[in-house]
Design a protein. Structure first.
Length: 504
């Protein structure tokens, strides 16, 4: 039998099985109907409706079909959640049921068979990684202990911007900020700045796009072999690129250890590598399961989590400040009142900047870094609001949609207005479900504190040291504010601006 006939046979069998499953699950769920959803096309279901801006398409659909909506994307039932009250049901009330992740080709290929934290199934292995990363990298005390390296790297950026300001140069803010975050992350994880032997940032950027893509192979496994979107090829290629980088970094560390080089401060990679040689630690459970590929997957979690998030948040905040000189002035005044004539903004000052806090919230509302969070998966059949939701359903929380819903934020919801948070009632840490840029519950972002410290520090230093204007006489309305959809959602075009130094 030719490969094409074989594939057709597989396809037909798979379709038959799916049809039986749909019929069987309908009779089985009895009185509990699935949540409402749009009529789908035969076989391909709703996939074509998502387009290249799924967060916007899903938002539109939810306005018609409600805050808990079903979609048919291949064999897997998909539930889209679009209101704060329903997000609370999925991420808080029934958090234990929805704390898993669906399987995906991206996670399989790039995270070494889902051996990291972000995409692994809920269970003891995931818990042991989460505990390890929290204690060894993301706790408040660890983050504080690394304030010096953030200050050094930011100081270097300020120096280079001062030179650009002297020459009245147009600065690629996106490029500068991304490189800064990459350097901060590499120092924090590996003890040294970015390496000229490879382009980590570019590879991570490619990963962000691939992880967020709606991959037909995830929904129609029998079509996986055809690689209709070319994604499998790209995933393999990007995996090879990131694996090569991780191997170089780990080899360097192992060589240092072999040569008996003693370090004063152990970095994250030192600590995780030591689990192999010293399994009797606080992290005994992880140590028993760890091998080279799980080490790479966990390090990749931290690289991806740290690099592909904070710079995006900072670029959007700076874009909004450039478009809103009134807000920029208020932020600058607030910082000057706290910091005085000292040019360096210390991290200890950040808690005294409530207006900056509102600016960060407002920017993350309009431009959430993770527009659809990371998909969750249900671990058992459950009934929510009278709707039957099957085990292994994929759950998408439309974080972007909630930020742009006039029923939550009033008719001026498209306006950048930090004062809407003035009463301090809405927090950003996952307790108020209308604003959950870091998710919430068991799978909520473990790097939230680090992400917030980094974002606030960089923004406050950039606007404290410099006044900024748009280049080439561009007006605020002319600044392109389009986004590119992916697991994370950066600006479509780099942000360019002209700094002028505020300190002599
Ligand atoms: C502004 C910065 C950041 C934003 C906006 C952000 C946002 C998010 C979001 C939306 C999720 C998914 C939550 C869910 O599925 O419900 C997430 C998960 C995650 N983030 Fe962050 N993040 C940021 C910074 C960081 C940093 C600095 C790190 C680590 C160095 C990190 C590591 C992770 C990890 C490992 C997960 C997966 C958690 C799990 O599945 O258990 N993030 N983040």
């Amino acid at each position: 039998m030719s490969p094409t006939n074989l594939l057709a046979l597989f396809g037909a069998t798979w379709l038959l099985i799916q049809l039986c499953r749909i019929i069987f699950s309908k009779t089985q769920s009895g009185s509990h109907k699935a949540p409402p959803g749009p009529p789908g096309l035969p076989l391909i279901g709703h996939l074509p409706m998502l387009g290249n801006q799924p967060h916007r398409s899903l938002h539109k659909l939810s306005q018609k079909y409600g805050p808990i909506m079903s979609l048919r994307l291949g064999s897997q039932p998909t539930i889209v959640v679009s209101s704060p009250a329903s997000a609370e049901l999925f991420l808080k009330t029934h958090d234990t049921v929805f704390a898993s992740r669906p399987r995906s080709q991206a996670a399989e290929y790039m995270w070494y068979g889902t051996k990291g934290m972000i995409f692994s199934e809920y269970g003891p292995y995931w818990r042991s990684i989460r505990k390890f990363c929290t204690l060894e990298l993301l706790s408040a005390s660890k983050i504080e202990s690394m304030a010096g390296l953030r200050r050094d790297e930011l100081g270097l950026l300020v120096e280079s911007l001062r030179r650009a300001a002297g020459a009245r140069e147009v600065v690629d803010v996106s490029e500068k900020v991304t490189r800064l975050i990459e350097d901060m992350t590499c120092r924090m994880l590996f003890g040294k700045c970015r390496d000229e032997r490879f382009d980590l940032r570019e590879t991570i950027h490619d990963m962000g796009k691939l992880v967020g893509a709606f991959n037909i192979a995830d929904y129609y496994p029998f079509l996986g072999a055809l690689d209709l979107q070319g994604l499998t090829r790209q995933l393999k290629q990007t995996h090879r690129a990131i694996d090569k980088i991780l191997e170089i970094i780990i080899d360097d560390h192992e060589k240092e250890a072999d040569n008996g080089i003693k370090k004063l401060d152990r970095d994250f990679l030192d600590v995780i590598l030591s689990l192999k040689t010293n399994p009797k630690t606080t992290h005994e459970q992880l140590a028993q399961n760890i091998d080279r590929s799980s080490i790479k997957a966990i390090v990749l979690d931290m690289i991806f989590g740290a690099i592909d998030t904070s710079h995006i948040a900072i670029e959007w905040i700076m874009s909004e400040l450039l478009r809103h000189p009134r807000v920029m002035k208020l932020v600058q005044e607030e910082i000057r009142n706290v910091v005085g004539d000292c040019e360096v903004v210390e991290e200890s000052c950040l808690s005294e900047l409530p207006y900056l806090d509102m600016v960060v919230k407002e920017s993350l509302r309009l431009h959430p870094v993770g527009p659809l969070l990371v998909p969750h998966a249900s671990m058992e059949d459950i009934v929510i609001e009278g709707y039957g939701i099957q085990k292994k359903s994929r759950v998408i929380i439309n974080n972007w949609g909630m930020g742009h819903d006039p029923r939550i934020w009033s008719e001026n919801c498209e306006k950048f207005l930090p004062e809407r948070f003035i009463d301090g009632k809405v927090d950003i840490r996952g307790n108020n479900f209308q604003l959950i840029p870091f998710g919430s519950g068991r799978r909520g972002c473990p790097g939230m504190h680090l992400g917030l410290v980094t974002t606030k520090l960089v923004v406050s230093q950039l606007v404290h040291s410099f006044d900024w204007e748009l280049p080439f006489g561009m007006s605020a309305d002319e600044l392109d504010m389009n986004e590119i959809f992916g697991a994370t959602m950066p600006r479509a075009k780099h942000l360019l601006a002209v700094p002028s130094a505020r300190f002599g």
